[in-house]
Design a protein around this ligand. Structure first.
Ligand code: HEC
Length: 425
């Protein structure tokens, strides 16, 4: 009997244990489900202007693919433009003119006009087309003839006339249908730009805080991304073509067999490549508070701000490193922004830096976007692009240094100067 009783007791405590476990687990599950709704939003969303800026820069709106662009051998950059979000500017150059129907004329910034006209309307450029309202084709032909005549007149009697005549181009500005648009960018940045001064926003009702948040990407002169569909045996696809039709959406863009990837994805890929290639063995990623770092990563007039912990929050792997066989890279995006420079430096470091001991990274180049068919020609592949986009985050995600950085030796004084409580001596 007593034995049976003892058995009874064990069962009873087992029951309590099981109930206890169920209560514990369900409370945990309920908490994890409910808690996020009550989380302080500043934990998960960018709150300060500084954090917002970092979000903007790793903005996934740039899509990159290897190219089938007519006649080119470059990577293809496609911008995803959104109404009310992207700031666009349409500026003419010496040889490129923009024509627009009367209601859109005010969005065109003329050549040499000081103030860039920005808008959050989704407008695009295309090769002039004719329709009932606006005969852009005829207008553009007239304009080209006029530009050619004017050039001849100005060049008459000068050495200019012997040179080949410049190639004049006219684009038509038009209102795109829908809230989305894609634009093609050359890799040399005519499309992407920073506007720090001398601009005016034409929209009466700005839909986002434009200039107050530094780090917004302004896009100059977007060209519409048009594609032509083809069928080649069993293969079906599309490729860029200036007289094709616009692509519909992001899904279509990403579904291309050349695999458009966002800048965001490339940055993380670059981070992984940086780890695998052992760049951290020779390069550090931290500007110390020492004068030599601050001056080497910037210069005498424009000292680089020392690294702070929050710069690393969006990185999955951090490489502060300790050895400095090569220069520190924490500000390299500001110091060396040129894509061409990095292209030739990775292909052959010695051509850019005399006597460099950095190894060449020629497997960042070939004619296959996936980087497997190592060819003889140096066309940058995704590895290069990923590394380049990753390097460009270095030093560009921070607030530009103020004069107060010069006084970095005294943190209290620096803080007071930044906060405006104290004036520079
Ligand atoms: C064996 C050591 C070594 C390795 C490994 C190495 N580098 Fe370098 N790197 C150097 C040296 C030395 C220099 C300075 C000379 C020069 O500019 O080539 C340099 C320069 C650079 C520069 C120019 C920096 C500046 O401020 O001028 C960049 C960018 C760079 N390396 C990136 C990388 C990346 C990315 C990797 C990995 C894919 C890498 N390096 C791997 C040694 C190395």
């Amino acid at each position: 009997m007593s034995q049976r009783n003892a058995f009874y007791k064990i069962e009873w405590s087992a029951l309590i244990t099981v109930i206890g476990i169920i209560i514990l687990f369900s409370t945990a599950i309920i908490f994890t489900l409910i808690a996020p709704a009550y989380l302080d939003p500043s934990w998960v969303n960018p709150s300060s202007a500084y954090q917002k800026q970092m979000y903007e820069i790793s903005d996934p709106n740039l899509y990159i693919s290897s190219n089938t662009k007519e006649g080119g051998s470059e990577l293809q950059f496609v911008y995803h433009l959104k109404k009310g979000f992207t700031l666009l500017a349409f500026q003419e150059t010496k040889t490129v003119k923009i024509i627009a129907p009367p209601n859109l004329e005010r969005f065109v910034t003329a050549f040499e006009e000081k103030k860039l006209k920005l808008t959050s309307e989704l407008l695009l450029l295309r090769e002039p087309q004719s329709n009932d309202q606006f005969n852009a084709k005829d207008e553009s032909e007239k304009l080209i003839k006029k530009m050619q005549k004017q050039w001849e007149k100005e060049a008459e009697g000068t050495a200019e006339l012997k040179k080949p005549r410049p190639y004049f181009v006219v684009y038509e500005l038009y209102q795109s249908k829908g809230e989305d648009g894609f634009s093609l960018a050359s890799s040399e940045g005519i499309l992407e730009n920073w506007v720090d001064e001398d601009f005016v926003i034409l929209d009466e009702e700005p839909r986002q805080e434009y200039h107050k948040d530094p780090g917004v990407i302004y896009v100059l002169n977007p060209l519409e991304y048009r594609v032509k569909r083809y069928k080649f045996g069993p293969e079906e696809g599309w490729q860029f073509s200036s007289d094709g039709t616009p692509i519909a959406n992001l899904k279509e863009l990403k579904s291309h067999e050349l695999g458009f990837r966002s800048r965001h994805e490339l940055i993380y890929e670059g981070e992984t490549i940086y780890a695998h290639e052992g760049c951290w063995y020779c390069h550090s990623d931290q500007t110390r508070t020492l004068v030599q770092d601050v001056v080497l990563n910037g210069n005498e007039d424009y000292p680089a701000p020392p690294s702070s912990a929050n710069e690393y929050i969006y990185q999955e792997i951090t490489f502060p490193a300790t050895r400095r066989i090569g220069p520190d890279l924490s500000r390299v995006g500001v110091k060396r922004p040129s894509r061409d420079w990095h292209k030739s430096h990775f292909w052959s470091p010695k051509t850019e830096s005399k006597g460099s001991i950095m190894p060449a990274f020629q497997h960042f180049f070939d004619d296959d976007p996936r980087g497997i068919a190592r060819g003889k020609i140096g066309i940058p592949n995704f590895r290069f692009e990923a590394m380049y986009q990753y390097l460009m985050t270095k030093g560009t995600r921070i607030t530009p240094p103020t004069e107060a950085w010069w006084l970095g030796k005294d943190p209290v004084q620096t803080k007071e100067i930044i906060e405006g409580k104290k004036k520079l001596p």
